[in-house]
Design a binder for this molecule. Structure first.
Ligand SMILES: [Zn+2]
Ligand SMILES: [Zn+2]
Length: 351
């Protein structure tokens, strides 16, 4: 009598099949669930997507920790550079786009920023970097938001609404460089206006929405706006992104420190007057879009004491135009100007 598999009794066949399955199982998936709940976090065999998701979460967390332990500085810091480059890698892997890990990262960073904003600035000017080309500039007397936006899509913004509005409440005024959605958000502007705070917009944007939302009326000439109540003076320079109006704001505070924000400046003609800014005004800090045209010439025109770039890692772009932090490092290293590279939620106190 031959002992063919099919001729075995059912019970023996079942036992045989079970043993075979157990032998093959570790090749495709680990035992799950395991008894120890802590071990659940490390079961990935057979679940590559879950693996990558968990890897991103751990990396985002470690980047946040590293950056908190290594504050922005003029000095070289290999830990910061490595954290920012690790961030580039995560933000150029589209599997992380709109992931929980990404949302956690950006919101955690801005929550930390909000807590810091509640502290008074006694000396100098504190500059906070936000998504995307947004900045908040805080002196003893004034807190000014420039290009404050939630990021992401309307129905799935990157920055949670209550957090965004809490940040807006800490500010005294908002200046908007140009109408593009990554710089101008009407809901944020309306929140400022409703709280009695001035919003300044480029020519033609949000006309007749609210008397507190004021547009630049002129073109191709600089305009000075006094903000005596905030202890500062605003100068608006008539920049352009290609052929659209792009206000370049120069804020000069009571302590004499001046900060310029270039919005999305990208125009060859404007370089003619940008060349002369250094002769007309003193700029301490230049907040510049990292991919601006004729970088060296522009920076030379403003002749700042310090450069802080903005607009890296715009997540709405394809990865080739999500300007990485390592690209900023590469582009700005040869310039004979100091730069402090920051990411979302970080700040630098300029004195
Ligand atoms: Zn932009
Ligand atoms: Zn733009």
């Amino acid at each position: 009598m031959s002992h063919h598999y099919l001729s075995l009794p059912f019970g023996m066949r079942l036992a045989f099949f079970t043993i075979l399955s157990l032998l093959l199982l570790p090749l495709s998936a680990q035992e799950r669930p395991v008894d120890n709940p802590r071990e659940q976090y490390c079961i990935f065999w057979g679940y590559p997507d879950n693996y990558l998701d968990n890897q991103s979460r751990e990396c985002f967390k470690k980047i946040d920790e590293t950056l908190k332990a290594n504050a922005p500085s003029k000095k070289e810091n290999i830990n910061r550079d490595m954290a920012l480059m690790a961030l580039d890698m995560l933000l150029h892997d589209t599997r992380n786009d709109n992931s929980d890990a990404f949302h956690w990262f950006i919101n955690t960073r801005l929550e930390t920023m909000l807590a810091d904003m509640k502290q008074p600035v006694k000396k100098g000017v504190k500059i906070y970097k936000l998504y995307n080309d947004g900045f908040i500039i805080k002196s003893k007397e004034a807190t000014i938001a420039i290009d404050l936006v939630p990021g992401g899509k309307k129905n799935s913004p990157f920055i949670g609404d209550s957090l965004l509005m809490a940040i807006a409440r800490e500010c005294d005024a908002m200046f908007v460089s140009h109408f593009h959605g990554d710089h101008a958000n009407l809901r944020v502007a309306k929140a400022f206006a409703a709280a009695g705070k001035t919003v300044i917009a480029p020519k033609g944007l949000w006309v007749d929405v609210d008397p507190n939302i004021k547009q630049l009326l002129t073109e191709n000439e600089p305009v000075t706006v006094p903000f005596a109540n905030l202890g500062m003076t605003l100068k608006i320079l008539p920049g352009h992104q290609d052929d659209i109006y792009n206000n370049i704001y120069v804020l000069t505070f009571k302590n004499g420190i001046s900060v310029a924000h270039t919005g999305d400046q990208y125009n060859q003609e404007d370089l003619k007057w940008i060349d002369n800014i250094r002769n007309e005004m003193h700029i301490d800090v230049l907040l510049v879009n990292c991919w601006i045209n004729s970088l060296e010439r522009t920076v030379k025109g403003f002749n700042p004491r310090l450069i802080i770039t903005g607009h890296e890692n715009e997540m709405e772009h394809t990865i080739d135009h999500r300007e990485a932090y390592w690209m900023t490092m590469r582009k700005y290293a040869p310039l004979p100007y100091t730069n402090v590279l920051m990411t979302w939620g970080e700040n630098y106190l300029y004195k």
